[in-house]
Design a protein around this ligand. Sequence first.
Ligand code: ADP
Ligand code: MG
Length: 270
Amino acid sequence: MQNSAPLLSALLSATYGTRPVLRECALEVRRGEILGLAGSSGSGKSTLALALLNLLDPRTTRVSGHVHFNGRDLLTLTDSELRAIRGREVALVLQSPAAALNPALRIGTQMREAWRAHQKSDGADAVAEALAAVSLPSDSQFLKRYPSQISTGQGQRVLIAMAILHRPQLLIADEPTSALDAITQIEVLELLSKCNREFGCSVLLISHDLGALATICNRVAVLSEGSIVECGTVDHIFRSPTHAFTRRLTGSALASLRSVDLGCVHDNRA
Ligand SMILES: Nc1ncnc2c1ncn2[C@@H]1O[C@H](COP(=O)(O)OP(=O)(O)O)[C@@H](O)[C@H]1O
Ligand SMILES: [Mg+2]
């Protein structure tokens, strides 16, 4: 029987110093879905992504609430328990490959290190397979390159290849297309959609770009002033939003989305 309980269910409050950023922010990611997280710049999207993985710095941030993932509360786990989950069960893809990749290490070395973080074998086959899945070469010439010797689009593909190395159940992508040109943006969105379809991983796609979310998401959650004010299917969020902030957010985006056929968005699992 299929497990219908959500893969992840969170209720989070977070404060930087004395400043509240997340306020009882409630988010649920279902198994196998692509959930979009929309919100204006500075609304707390990245803070939420980091909080979900218990990655906020406890010296500067106070976090309360829970992050239930596969029956465990990630906020209560030890560092070593979290390290065993991060990268293996939940993977994070960030906006900038330049910031996320180590400039001093070859691509192949970084891919193999990501593999060995959770496995004892050398992982050459798994690395080649992950690179093939994101349509990158895995020959020694490519593996020997440094991050500065590949394009930003290739860098984002490398990050996604690393993220899917261990076939995580949840992939969190924080503005993965913001640093890319329009054509590469579409390719990366297609790639995330392919990972969702072929590996069955749920995806939390965070973006201020509603067009990107409408293209591949099943549902979209809207973050405003640290709280989720509305969550529903792409159709609901774009065609009949109920919250005033969602209406404002989608209103400005809809003009540029007129050519997108919202009816083609797969909301069968939502
Ligand atoms: N490490 C930090 N220390 C203090 N304030 C921060 C820190 N990171 C983010 N903020 C602030 O918290 C708010 C939410 O930031 P962020 O989560 O990055 O928003 P978003 O990703 O939606 O643009 C912003 O006002 C930002 O300036
Ligand atoms: Mg952000």
